[in-house]
Design a protein around this ligand. Structure first.
Ligand SMILES: [Zn+2]
Length: 353
C-alpha cells in the first residue's frame, strides 16, 4: 500500500520534515485513463490535498500508457515522427512527451547514483562530433565519460564548437550567413569537458585513485588534473591512430560511442534525423543514458545493467519503472522500484543492509 513520503507542497512544514501519520486518506477519484481509483490524501499540517498521482511522472498526462512505449521507441533510435505514427499520437504531443520524459530521466540519472566504492576507478573519456541544424556550419562536440568496467555512462552533454576542416568559398559563405542568423559560434568544448569530468569526480571518494584513459588531445592532461587532482590521477593516453579493435585500450569508449550512434537516431550519420537545437540533443542523451545504464544489459551475455554492477540499483529496471515516480526532490523522491513510497536514499540503505 502506497504511503506518501512527504507533503508535496513547497511551503508546508511536512515537506522537509514528514512525520508518521502527517496525512490522512481523503477519498478517491476515478481517472479516465486508469483502471483503478486513485487515492487522495489530506495533509494535517497545511490541510491541502494531493494524491498518489502527485508523485507520479505521468501526473497530468492524457495518455500515461504510452510513456514506457515512447521511451523504448526513442531509446531504440527511432525518430520523433515515426514514433508519433507508431503510437498514433500527434507530432506535437510526442515532442512534448519526449521532453517531459527526458527531463525526468535526467533527474533519475542523478538521484540514483551513489559514491563509487572501490579504491581505484577506471574511467574512459572521449568526444564525438555531431551538429545542430546544419552540419557544415553549426558543429557540436559531445564529451562522454564512461566507467570502464561496468560501462556506466557517467555523463554526456553537448557543446558548440567552431566549424573546421576544409573551407571552400561556398562553405565560408554559409558559415558567415549562419553567424549572421545565430550569432558568432563559440568554442565551448573546454567548459563541457570540465562539467563532464566534474560529474565523475563528484562520485569518487576522497582517497580513491583514478585511472583515466583518453586519446592524445593536448587539452586533456590539464583538464584531468584540475578535475581529479594530480596525486591520485593516473592518466593513460592512446593515439587515436591506433587500430580501433577490441585490443585498443580505448575500445570501451569507442564501442559505447558506436552504440550511441545507433541508439540515438539523431546521432546516426547520413540520416534524415537531426537535432534542430542543442538542448534537445542533451535531452536525447539523458534518455539514452537512462536506457543504457538502467534498462539495458551491460553486454548481451550479461544479466546485469551497468547501474546494477555499480550497486546503484538491485536489478535491471523495466521501461515502466524508469518512467514511474517523479524525481524532482532529489534522493527524497520515491525510488523507481518502490511500490509503497520509500524514498531513494532509504531504499538504497535498506538494500545495502
Ligand atoms: Zn502539507
Amino acid at each position: 500500500m502506497f504511503q506518501p513520503p512527504f507533503c508535496p507542497y513547497r511551503h508546508c512544514a511536512r515537506r522537509d520534515d514528514p512525520r508518521p501519520g502527517f496525512c490522512v486518506r481523503h477519498g478517491t477519484y476515478k481517472a479516465a485513463c486508469r483502471a483503478h481509483a486513485v487515492q487522495r490524501y489530506r495533509c494535517l499540517s497545511c490541510q491541502r490535498t494531493f494524491s498518489r498521482q502527485t508523485f507520479r511522472v505521468d501526473h497530468h498526462d492524457h495518455r500515461p500508457d504510452l510513456n514506457p512505449r515512447l521511451f523504448l521507441l526513442l531509446a531504440s533510435g527511432l525518430g520523433l515522427r515515426q514514433s508519433a505514427r507508431n503510437l498514433k499520437l500527434s507530432l506535437s504531443s510526442t515532442v512534448r512527451k519526449f521532453r517531459k520524459l527526458a527531463r525526468h530521466l535526467r533527474r533519475l540519472n542523478l538521484s540514483l547514483r551513489r559514491p563509487l566504492e572501490p579504491s581505484a576507478v577506471r574511467l574512459h573519456l572521449d568526444e564525438f562530433e555531431t551538429y545542430e541544424g546544419e552540419r557544415n556550419t553549426r558543429p557540436l562536440t559531445v564529451p562522454m565519460l564512461l566507467a570502464s568496467e561496468s560501462r556506466y555512462i557517467l555523463w554526456s552533454q553537448s557543446a558548440t564548437i567552431r566549424p573546421r576542416g576544409k573551407m571552400t568559398a561556398k562553405r565560408k559563405k554559409a558559415v558567415a550567413e549562419a553567424e549572421k542568423r545565430h550569432g558568432p559560434r563559440r568554442d565551448c568544448s573546454r567548459s563541457a569537458l570540465q562539467r563532464t569530468l566534474a560529474r565523475g569526480a563528484e562520485l569518487l571518494g576522497a582517497k580513491a585513485r583514478v585511472v583515466l584513459e583518453t586519446d592524445e588531445k593536448t587539452s586533456y592532461p590539464r583538464l584531468a588534473r584540475e578535475a581529479f587532482g594530480e596525486r591520485r590521477l593516473e592518466h593513460r593516453r592512446t593515439s587515436s591512430k591506433l587500430v580501433r579493435d577490441t585490443f585498443n585500450p580505448l575500445f570501451p569508449i569507442n564501442h559505447e560511442e558506436a552504440s550511441a550512434r545507433v541508439l540515438i537516431g539523431r546521432l546516426r550519420r547520413e540520416s534524415w534525423l537531426v537535432s534542430k537545437k542543442r538542448r534537445f540533443l542533451d535531452l536525447a542523451l539523458q534518455l539514452h543514458m537512462a536506457y543504457r545504464n538502467l534498462v539495458h544489459r551491460r553486454f548481451n551475455r550479461d544479466e546485469e545493467s551497468p547501474a546494477q554492477l555499480l550497486g546503484f540499483v538491485p536489478r535491471r529496471l523495466t521501461p515502466e519503472e524508469v518512467v514511474s515516480w517523479r524525481q524532482e526532490w532529489g534522493r527524497r523522491s520515491v525510488h523507481p522500484l518502490s511500490r509503497s513510497g520509500v524514498c531513494v536514499a532509504e531504499f538504497g540503505a535498506r538494500a545495502a543492509a
